[in-house]
Design a protein around this ligand. Structure first.
Ligand code: FES
Length: 189
């Protein structure tokens, strides 16, 4: 190899190295830009998806599942005299039978709407919230409750079963007026 060739190859390899280094740097920069773009793309997609889902949610009503308001509880013969608590949990009612009537008490304290407990040993309904007490027919006699518990509409269907409708309630304003003798508020037995 001549001296000229040796002297000429040194600068060219330096230039090559510089070029290579510039290329490497520019490819690093490219990949940084690409990953930044990917990140921005992902964030944008997430943002748009969230907004789209919120937009869709707008068209679907929130559904609250509540027990049916109209239901059958059996025939009058299936109830003895007194308070029957079988439907308290499922339908929030008590079926009450006296010597000549059957009616259904809607199990909601007239003070602030808590569900009282039937205390069979004491023969009364007792509200756990603020202590209101009601007699076996749901009439208040102690505590802050302002009036008796409401009664639900009852009727007998063609098969002889009792149909209860808790969307229709009968109320009594203590010492003023009563709907407890209205047709639909009780069944004659
Ligand atoms: S809610 Fe029953 S006493 Fe207050």
């Amino acid at each position: 190899m001549s001296k000229e060739q040796a002297g000429g190859s040194a600068p060219s390899s330096l230039i090559d190295r510089i070029k290579a280094s510039i290329q490497a740097e520019s490819s690093d920069e490219k990949s940084r830009v690409q990953s930044r773009r990917r990140m921005v793309g992902l964030l944008t997609a997430g943002f748009l998806t969230t907004n789209f889902l919120m937009f869709l949610r707008f068209f679907f009503p929130r559904t609250i599942f509540e027990p049916r308001t109209v239901f059958r509880v059996g025939t009058p013969a299936e109830f003895g005299i007194g308070v029957d608590t079988r439907f308290q949990k499922s339908n929030r009612i008590w079926v009450v039978r006296t010597t000549d009537r059957m009616f259904v008490i809607y199990a909601s304290c007239t003070h602030l709407g808590c569900t009282p407990d039937w205390k069979s040993g004491e023969g009364k309904f007792k509200c756990p919230c603020h202590g209101s007490g009601y007699d076996p027919e749901g009439r208040n006699y102690e505590g802050p409750a302002p009036r008796p518990m409401d009664r639900a509409k009852v009727e007998i269907d063609p098969e002889g079963r009792i149909v209860v409708d808790t969307s229709i309630l009968y109320r009594e304003e203590k010492g003023k007026s009563t709907q407890f003798d209205d047709p639909g508020s009780f069944i004659q037995v």
